[in-house]
Design a protein around this ligand. Structure first.
Ligand SMILES: NC(=O)C1=CN([C@@H]2O[C@H](COP(=O)(O)OP(=O)(O)OC[C@H]3O[C@@H](n4cnc5c(N)ncnc54)[C@H](OP(=O)(O)O)[C@@H]3O)[C@@H](O)[C@H]2O)C=CC1
Length: 433
């Protein structure tokens, strides 16, 4: 009988399945849709993918690959979603897990029972597992501003989650709320349509826009285990100098700069935004003050008319299978986990891929899977609950000191230091067999 239930077969869940399979640990992996790939399967029939037709990943193919399965070198450095999904498919085939996943089956309920967890699935079956690995992703449930901006907007309203093709915005004056990666990708795509329509980004905090390529190198290859060890002030200085050399001051292009220092936010990555903004094809406004029909009043007192509003305001961390009085963090995205994986109050309950790195999630999810598998196999253990609680508090305080306080930064980790932390965790608490 399988002792482990994996929820979801996206880029995280498939690495958990692969690692457990290699260790000979029995598992069921339930996937709501008919295929693997999660967010990276464009038009995924599980209804959860936020991918748009033109989406290319903004972390490079060397950084995003799993440790033992490189991406094909003929791939673009920043591959299209169609290449990424092929990569995941070959990974699942290569490691023999594609046929071990139960497709078209959603997990509808998970609750503690009999020293483990009772898992109910959409086919009405109930099973008990000693361990549950939650790998259901955190970029699928749209977050809208709360409270909503005053007034009513009379035009069309959409969340970036539902943006798929430029035909949806063609010929419309659009206002995009937010300046994260979704907002900027959609704004650039809209501007490239060259229809002469207004494309405006409304941002309350601004963002440092980092190019994919910096001095001929993929930006995310500049961060490595060595540079990650430098003091934050020096990392900031080096990045600031590199950005100045590469493209000068961002304000010169008309793109608003945050008041906080570099590296205190999730990076907004775009090679194109500055050039496009410099041509006046994307314009910027501060936060929205209110709506009046098709008119939008901004906090600087200016007003403009739009046909369409796109909220690119991020996502809620949602676990639809937990009862609200069990685990629910939708309001603040802030789930307190030991090393972002282990729930200190519920032994056997693990969360995978619930991180937002500067870099790609996939290799970190794989490292988490290695740790989870070793914990399940009894090859290592957890520290006591007091130690876990103390560490959770310290990590949260560190995060608060570093990042702009907002729901989008609760899951933020630094790629290399985080991976190292998990590897050390495995070594430190290894059971000498
Ligand atoms: N090509 C790629 O690989 C892509 C990757 N992604 C990834 O997907 C994830 C989600 O990105 P994204 O969808 O951009 O969401 P994010 O959460 O990263 O960004 C949300 C944006 O909306 C703003 N915002 C949120 N709430 C409000 C509010 N109430 N009023 C005004 N502004 C608000 C935020 O501003 P503030 O900072 O002030 O909170 C921020 O600018 C990220 O990890 C991102 O890197 C997304 C698109 C493309």
């Amino acid at each position: 009988m399988p002792t482990v239930c994996i929820i979801g077969a996206g880029s995280s869940g498939i690495s958990a399945a692969k690692v457990l399979n290699q260790k000979g640990i029995g598992f069921d992996c339930f996937e709501k849709g008919s295929a693997i790939g999660g967010n990276w399967r464009y038009n995924n029939d599980n209804g959860m993918s936020s991918a748009y037709r033109s989406l290319h990943i903004n972390t490079n193919r060397m950084v995003m690959a799993y440790s033992d399965f490189p991406m094909p070198t003929e791939y673009a450095m920043f591959p299209h979603h169609s290449q990424i999904i092929k990569y995941f498919e070959s990974y699942a085939q290569h490691f023999g897990i594609a046929d071990k996943i139960t497709y078209n089956t959603a997990v509808t309920s998970v609750c503690p029972a009999d020293g483990g967890y009772r898992v109910t699935t959409s086919d009405g079956q109930e099973r008990i597992y000693a361990h549950v690995v939650v790998s259901n992703g955190h970029h699928w449930n749209p977050r809208y501003p709360e409270p909503a901006f005053p007034g009513q907007f009379a035009g069309e309203v959409m969340h970036s989650h539902d943006y798929k093709v430029p035909e949806q915005i063609q010929g419309k004056d659009i206002l995009i709320v937010g300046i994260g990666n979704s907002a900027v990708d959609i704004a650039c795509e809209a501007a490239r349509q060259a229809t002469g329509n207004k494309v405006v980004i409304s941002t309350r905090s601004g963002a440092y826009v980092i190019p994919n390529w910096l001095m001929g190198m993929p930006f995310d290859s500049l961060a490595n285990p060595l540079t990650a060890k430098l003091p934050m002030s020096l990392q900031r200085l080096l990045l600031k100098a590199s950005l100045l050399l590469a493209r000068g001051r961002q304000e010169a292009y008309g793109v608003p700069v945050p008041k906080r220092p570099l590296l205190s936010e999730h990076p907004t990555i775009s090679q194109d935004l500055l050039t496009i903004a410099g041509r006046g094809l994307v314009q910027f406004k501060p936060n929205i003050a209110s709506f009046d029909g098709y008119d939008v009043l901004f906090t600087d007192g200016t007003q403009q008319r739009f046909d369409m509003l796109i909220y690119a305001t991020g996502y809620k961390v949602t676990f639809p299978f937990f009862a609200p009085d069990f685990i629910n963090v939708e309001t603040d995205n802030n789930l307190q986990l030991y090393r972002r994986v282990v729930h200190p109050n519920y032994p056997g309950l693990y969360f995978q891929g619930l991180v937002q790195p500067l870099g790609a999630i996939m290799p970190l999810a794989e490292t988490q899977a290695n740790w989870i598998a070793k914990l399940i196999a009894g090859e290592c253990r957890l520290p006591d609950r007091d130690t876990m609680m103390r560490t959770i508090k310290q990590d949260a305080e560190q995060n608060l000191r570093r990042y702009n306080q907002s729901v989008r930064h609760t899951l933020q980790v630094d790629f290399h230091p985080y991976r190292k932390t998990i590897e050390l965790e495995i070594k430190k608490y290894a059971h000498r067999l």
